[in-house]
Design a protein around this ligand. Structure first.
Ligand SMILES: Cc1cc2nc3c(=O)[nH]c(=O)nc-3n(C[C@H](O)[C@H](O)[C@H](O)COP(=O)(O)OP(=O)(O)OC[C@H]3O[C@@H](n4cnc5c(N)ncnc54)[C@H](O)[C@@H]3O)c2cc1C
Length: 323
């Protein structure tokens, strides 16, 4: 499809277009596109459900929309095609009495999007369950397999952020046949009786529903910024100025600071700007009502500058900016 609007393909609902959009359902579809790309030398972008991208302008090239479907469960192994909806996979696994994904319930997006930033929520990251990720290298048309180590997962990080020419086709996960709930995260209530994966899932969905903003109502990409990591010296300096600082240790000499706390501290929770704003419910979420990216980018820069001035911390974007 040529000169296609991307409005329904990104959860910020920006009204940009691309030169052509191809929806791929099979290895053959994808291989044919890869041939076209190699021949034409066109630029290209891969989209799952568009819940973690900030499109900055009209895209001069090809957008490949992922529609690979199929879930295959064998014992505690789950192979999922990358175009499956993530939350549907969580549900299907629970129905098969396989555990591990419960805390990741309700995260929007596709299965193929999940390893890109190593999705995480309520103390759990998807990388804990990944055996391997299969991709098609669109520069060659060949399939490649990345084992867990090769995926180089970190906090909202993976090797795939550096390999935009690799289309993730399939992921193999290993889950647990025994129900071992992970309820340590601070916002999970401790005074309720939880006896099944479905119960964990409904608690998580309720928390998410209360705290997060549905992009159908107010377009957003979830958290706009990552939680920054600082050294012990930097942490001590911050603590001497702000005794109520929200942080937690992750490794020796590495402390994660709550970006939501930083934004609240500069007084920008609920801040309204031109056709966009910081959500009143959750200060990490920027909401948009513009058809263009300019306002939200200006707002994110304003937040970043203010936090740098006040705390000497550089906030990084969580979503992928595409241009
Ligand atoms: C309301 C809301 C809540 C959210 N909550 C969370 C949360 O709790 N935790 C969390 O970690 N994230 C969260 N997110 C972010 C988002 O849901 C995840 O990052 C999700 O995995 C993105 O998947 P997607 O299919 O929408 O990816 P897209 O937005 O389509 O793409 C994101 C990036 O991944 C690349 N990509 C996507 N699919 C493929 C593929 N098959 N092959 C290669 N590259 C690909 C794209 O090129 C792009 O660079 C939230 C977002 C929203 C809107």
């Amino acid at each position: 499809m040529t000169n296609k609007s991307l409005k329904n393909f990104n959860s910020l609902r920006f009204e940009y277009s691309c030169e052509s959009l191809y929806e791929v359902k099979s290895y053959e579809d994808l291989y044919q596109i890869s041939k076209k790309i190699r021949k034409s030398k066109n630029r290209f972008w891969i989209l799952g459900e568009g819940t973690n991208v900030v499109i900055l302008n009209n895209l001069e090239g090809i957008v490949i929309k992922n529609n690979f479907l199929g879930i295959n469960i064998m014992g505690n192994s789950v192979e999922s095609a990358s175009g499956e909806n993530w939350d549907n996979l969580v549900k299907v696994c629970l129905e098969a009495n396989l555990y591990g994904f419960e805390n990741l319930s309700g995260i929007p997006g596709s299965v193929g999007g999940s390893p890109i930033q190593n999705i995480g929520a309520y103390g759990v990251e998807v990388s804990s369950f990944i055996d391997y990720v299969e991709t098609m290298n669109l520069n060659t048309g060949n399939l490649e397999v990345f084992n867990l180590q090769e995926c180089k997962f970190g906090y909202r990080e993976s090797i795939f952020k550096k390999l935009p020419n690799h289309f993730i086709t399939k992921i193999k996960f290993s889950l647990s046949e025994a129900f071992k709930p992970n309820l340590a995260y601070e916002s999970i209530p401790k005074d309720i009786d939880i006896n099944s994966g479905e119960e964990v899932r409904s608690v998580i969905l309720k928390i998410r529903n209360d705290r997060l903003i549905n992009p159908e109502e107010e377009p957003n990409v979830g958290s706009f910024f990552k939680n920054p990591v600082v050294s012990k010296t930097h942490l001590d300096k911050l603590l001497s100025d702000y005794s109520d600082l929200k942080f937690y240790g992750i490794k020796e000499n590495q402390y994660k600071i709550s970006a939501a706390w930083l934004i609240e501290k500069i007084g920008m929770k609920g801040h309204e700007d031109k056709d966009c704003g910081v959500s009143k419910k959750h200060s990490l979420v920027l909401v948009n009502s513009s058809e263009k990216s300019e306002n939200i980018i200006n707002l994110s820069n304003k937040i970043r500058d203010e936090i740098f001035k006040r705390f000497d911390i550089k906030l990084e974007n969580e979503p992928t900016l595409i241009t």
